[in-house]
Ligand binder design. Sequence first.
Ligand code: ATP
Length: 64
Amino acid sequence: MGFENNIGKYRLGQTIGEGTFAKVKLAVDTTNGSKVAVKIIDKQMVVESNLKYQANLPNTSFTL
Ligand SMILES: Nc1ncnc2c1ncn2[C@@H]1O[C@H](COP(=O)(O)OP(=O)(O)OP(=O)(O)O)[C@@H](O)[C@H]1O
């Protein structure tokens, strides 16, 4: 049931912004019609970024 662009009670609309790790979409709460911004985060980008960040810290070593 529902639209393919729904996430739970939110109906996703147009993309209103993009960041390094995320896309932000306009969405409507279908229970009351209020507009919200939904941020969709690229998990892989965040993970890769953390690995690089940790690798660049001086005098530390991480076993991942
Ligand atoms: N609550 C919001 N309402 C409306 N637009 C938003 C909202 N949050 C973010 N945006 C839009 O989405 C864009 C991306 O947001 P996001 O937080 O992912 O990245 P950023 O902080 O701008 O950049 P970066 O991730 O590179 O630091 C923002 O630049 C803004 O235009």
